[in-house]
Write a protein that binds this ligand. Structure first.
Ligand SMILES: CC(C)(COP(=O)(O)OP(=O)(O)OC[C@H]1O[C@@H](n2cnc3c(N)ncnc32)[C@H](O)[C@@H]1OP(=O)(O)O)[C@@H](O)C(=O)NCCC(=O)NCCS
Length: 335
């Protein structure tokens, strides 16, 4: 029998937010992949015109489904999860319909935050259930985000006299800045505006990264994982860097979640960007090497990163640097 779940639309109080986090954890334990990504998790406490939270409950009040609709971009981005014990009861279909109504309602202004947007739904991990669900809903895959990984510590080749295969080599030094540039770490506050400018220029065509605002940056700076020592800026030489000087030519930001076991620590190459005026000079490769060396020095055993499936140059760079594909995230839309 299909059971219609009561739904609640509106801002989430602290208990609701925790219930959604618990729901996401239960789904992750079942599916092997987290159903909600970083931005939607950060958005749980957001009460704003451009965001809608919809929670489905059982009659007894437990949270069994959640969908978030973020209308701050050109399209409305959605993440949706149903508790593993309550699937195949039509709850997913009902939340998707609610999300689609929320996104596509006609808007007079068409401004960000308003409605009248087409809906994009993320499915993390490309699960069979998500594929079947999307197919049944008439949605089609329109974008792929790849998750790549490689060990951070290079291993020594086996030689008769040398240490056994798999033994770690020495911790790598950070690569030097090339001639004409200098490298330093990020100074929170003082570097915020300059970094936002170079990020917007480097990711002008990227639907999410290029739109990062000061609030988005500050939200990340107050996360437990944030470490300015793992956030590198490369400045052109000869001009003062920072608030009144030149913007960075390139940057690399790493992210390592706390509380990971020592023998299985993931360190993320979180964002690498090169200003268009400085592209084509190998700065992307250099900054990736800086990130890898930093992650190895801080004890990460694996370097991980996300890249757009259709970004052939970036994919080629990362594959040359030893990264391989471990997961794919798919975005669906109505044709
Ligand atoms: C995908 C998900 C949201 C579906 O939620 P749900 O409440 O189980 O979905 P519904 O009961 O509304 O299913 C609607 C239809 O989708 C299809 N479907 C759903 N789950 C499916 C599965 N595991 N395999 C094949 N088809 C499936 C079916 O056609 C189903 O209709 P039916 O039950 O009458 O056959 C849920 O499995 C989930 O939370 N997965 C993890 C998060 C995720 O991947 N979200 C992104 C979704 S694009």
């Amino acid at each position: 029998m299909r059971i219609a779940a009561p739904i609640e639309i509106g801002p989430l109080d602290a208990d609701d937010q925790q219930a959604v986090r618990d729901l996401a954890k239960a789904a992750e334990a079942h599916d092997g992949v987290a159903p909600l990504s970083e931005q939607p998790l950060l958005n749980l406490s957001t009460d704003a015109e451009w965001i809608t939270h919809v929670v489905a409950h059982t009659k007894a009040g437990s949270t069994i489904g959640y969908v978030q609709i973020d209308r701050s971009g050109e399209t409305a981005s959605t993440e949706l999860v149903i508790h593993p014990e309550h699937r195949r009861n039509g709850h997913g279909r009902m939340l998707l319909k609610t999300a689609e109504r929320d996104a596509t309602l006609p808007s007079r202004s068409g401004e960000p935050g308003q409605h009248g947007k087409s809906l994009r739904v993320w499915a993390h991990g490309d699960l069979e259930s998500a594929r079947g669900f999307a197919r049944a809903a008439g949605l089609r895959a329109v974008r792929e985000l790849l998750f790549l990984a490689r060990p951070t510590t290079p291993t020594r080749p086996t030689t008769p006299a040398g240490p056994p295969s798999g033994a770690p080599a020495e911790t790598p030094e950070l690569p030097e800045a090339p001639v004409g540039y200098r490298l330093r770490t990020f100074r929170p506050g003082a570097d915020d505006a300059a970094w936002l400018r170079v990020n917007a220029r480097a990711f002008a065509t990227h639907p999410e990264q290029g739109r990062m605002t000061l609030d988005d940056l500050r939200a990340r700076q107050s996360e437990q994982w944030f470490d300015p020592e793992g956030f590198f800026l490369l400045f052109p030489d000869g001009t003062p860097a920072g608030a009144d000087g030149a913007d960075p030519a390139a940057f690399l930001w790493t992210k390592t979640e706390p509380d990971q076991p020592d023998d299985a620590r993931d360190g993320e190459i979180y964002v690498v960007g090169v200003d268009p005026d400085h592209q084509g000079k190998g700065l992307g490769r250099l900054m990736t090497a800086v990130g890898l060396a930093h992650l190895a020095r801080t004890g990460a055993t694996r370097a991980v990163l996300y890249v757009e499936g259709d970004n052939a140059p970036a994919l080629a760079t990362y594959e040359r640097a030893g990264f391989t594909r471990v997961a794919v995230h798919v975005q669906y839309a109505r044709p």
